[in-house]
Design a protein around this ligand. Structure first.
Ligand SMILES: Nc1ncnc2c1ncn2[C@@H]1O[C@H](COP(=O)(O)OP(=O)(O)OP(=O)(O)O)[C@@H](O)[C@H]1O
Ligand SMILES: [Mg+2]
Length: 312
């Protein structure tokens, strides 16, 4: 099997008093062994919800359907106890908001050491020594001093790197990194790319990077999955995406980049409570026809899989 993760027809709906928010609605994709897959798409399209669903880190008012296969077992059906063994050990999630993901009253070293103690049974003293090595690896220096500091003594970028260190400490098979360049200034973005490359050289792992930073995705990703209003509308090799994207939304996203003309996407983001009928992008699409009132499936077209009737 070449895939580390297979997601099949996933639906994640938040049930509110009189409505439901269809945050993820019929998503299928795979993450291959050893690859970097970037999940891109505008704010509110369901990227973080998708990432958190993989590890079942969602509130109670949620209804989830579909399958998430990891090593052949469906994570959605695993008993909580079994899932706890996978969470943080086999699959690590580096969350979107580093500021709220670290415990403010615990020393950084203790927090990074914990997954190694819990999942790998490593003795605390040895784990702390390993943390010091990790801090050095991630350029958090002087590591011997930093290991005893609290989160408020770390800058935003350092907290982010500390979470990456924690995520990699148990040598997981899959890392899900949610907006790893958020709050990282342009000059330091390449450093994050470099960081992930270094992690991958040391460990054979797959990376699912959630980002709306297209330039970062271009530098890092082997393949790109594009999300729009709770659905994946295109999946393809990164080179294909940046050179000849197929979906009108992919093209519009690229045209909105400063380096490609800074053309905003017309119209506004759709509602996830009452998504547009048929193709969800059709109200904003310059190629839309009456056919687009029917929902297109994900259609295979050479290197791309694209959810658009233009390629039927
Ligand atoms: N607990 C919740 N209850 C109800 N709706 C929610 C909940 N969490 C998320 N949502 C909704 O799900 C949708 C998808 O949110 P999500 O956080 O996945 O977007 P995103 O693509 O990660 O956006 P961003 O790029 O801004 O991080 C949004 O409409 C959001 O309001
Ligand atoms: Mg998000």
């Amino acid at each position: 099997m070449n895939d580390v993760l297979v997601v099949k027809d996933l639906q994640v709906h938040f049930i509110l008093e009189n409505t439901s928010v269809k945050a993820v609605d019929g998503v299928s994709f795979n993450v291959r062994k050893g690859e970097n897959l970037a999940l891109i798409g505008e704010s509110g399209s369901g990227k973080s919800v998708l990432g958190m669903t993989i590890l079942r880190l969602l509130p109670k008012n949620v209804r989830v359907n579909g399958k998430i296969l990891f090593n052949g077992s469906n994570l959605l059906e695993l008993p909580e106890e079994e899932l706890r063994k996978i969470r943080g050990k086999e699959i690590a999630l580096i969350p979107q908001n580093p500021a709220t993901s670290l415990n403010p009253v615990l020393k950084i070293g203790i927090q990074i050491a914990e997954p190694m103690e819990v999942h790998l049974g490593i003795d605390k003293k040895i784990a702390i020594q390993k943390v010091i090595n990790l801090l050095k690896f991630f350029d958090i220096n002087p590591a011997e001093k930093r290991v005893n500091e609290y989160p408020h003594q770390f800058s935003g970028g350092m907290k982010q790197r500390a979470l990456v260190a924690m995520g990699t400490s148990t040598k997981p098979k899959l890392i899900i990194a949610d907006e790893p360049t958020k709050g990282v200034d342009v000059t330091k973005k390449l450093r994050v790319v470099e960081l992930f490359r270094r992690i991958k050289e040391n460990n054979k792992l797959s990376l699912l990077v959630i980002t709306h930073d297209l330039l970062f995705a271009e530098k890092l990703a082997d393949r790109i999955a594009v999300m729009y209003c709770g659905q994946i509308v295109e999946v393809c090799e990164a080179k294909t995406f940046f050179e000849e994207p197929l979906h009108p939304y992919s093209k519009a996203l690229l045209d909105s980049l400063p380096s490609r003309g800074l053309k905003p996407i017309k119209g506004c983001s759709p509602s996830m409570v009452n998504p547009p009928q048929g193709c969800r992008f059709h109200p904003r699409c310059e190629y839309a026809t009456s056919k687009c009132l029917e929902e297109p499936p994900l259609i295979s077209n050479g290197n791309n899989n694209v959810r658009c009737w233009l390629y039927d």
